[in-house]
Design a protein around this ligand. Structure first.
Ligand code: PGA
Length: 251
């Protein structure tokens, strides 16, 4: 049985004060569980503060991005080893906002994935189709290419100690959620693709759903066979909503 994972992607939101209020409420409200792991991914600038607030709690920490390089002359970038140093265990990579607004393609995302793993971080690889691609019947091909770029670069152990997040671009921040059946179809296809190269890894890898997850729809999504939790944007900024989502993962 795979443990569920619920990660909060704060994106570029918050302040020192808001981070303190939110994390304090989450630490008070979440006592830990065998069935679900909670992870927070604040903006890089607040990682140290959040790590301090989380210290000793059951809640994990992750970044929203990480460099494909180890160190050196890369102004404005953050190396995976630095994230690990600040207490991160996870790194969200290839989020659709990075792909569309910052030109990250499959090759760059695969390079970031490799660097993150080499440093000891657990990548959360984001994949997903646009509305046009879904309407053109290209969903499974687009997602297969995104997953395939990582398999091609890292081989059949790529997704050991890694997480995948299926996030249909049309569902992110729009209030439109994929139906549990639509999401399950893509999650099953992703798992089958990973199984083609390594059945044991496919059985273990957590595949999260993201895209307008909220306290009202989380339970039915997480009940699907191949949905192992969620990557949550907007609703992760409100303590009560995020706690309720994690509670649904508890079953
Ligand atoms: P949303 O964002 O929950 O606000 O749709 C999800 C994400 O972008 O990870």
């Amino acid at each position: 049985m795979r443990r569920l994972l619920v990660a909060g992607n704060w994106k570029m939101n918050g302040s020192k004060e808001q981070a303190e209020q939110l994390v304090t409420a989450l630490v008070q409200g979440f006592s830990g569980s065998d069935q679900v792991e909670m992870v927070l991914c604040p903006p890089t600038i607040y990682l140290d503060q959040v790590a301090g607030l989380l210290n000793g709690s059951a809640i994990g920490l992750g970044s929203q991005n990480s460099s494909e390089h180890e160190a050196g002359a890369y102004t404005g970038e953050t190396a995976p080893a630095m994230l690990l140093d600040m207490g991160c265990r996870y790194a969200i990579l290839g989020h659709s906002e990075r792909r569309t607004l910052y030109g990250e393609d499959n090759a760059l995302v695969a390079a970031k994935f490799e660097a993150a793993k080499a440093a000891g971080l657990t990548p959360i690889l984001c994949v997903g189709e646009t509305l046009e691609q879904r309407e053109a019947g290209e969903t499974l091909a687009v997602v297969a290419a995104q997953v395939g770029a990582v398999l091609a670069r890292l081989g059949n152990e790529a997704f050991a100690e890694a997480v995948i997040a299926y996030e249909p671009v049309w569902a992110i921040g729009t209030g439109k959620t994929a139906t549990p059946e639509q999401a399950q179809e893509v999650h099953a296809a992703i798992r089958a693709q990973v199984a083609d190269s390594n059945a044991q890894v496919a059985e273990r890898v957590q595949i999260l759903y993201g895209g307008s997850v909220n306290a009202g729809n989380a339970e039915t999504l997480f009940a699907m066979q191949d949905i192992d939790g969620g990557l949550v944007g907007g609703a992760s900024l409100k303590a009560d909503d995020f706690l309720a989502i994690c509670q649904s993962a508890n079953g």
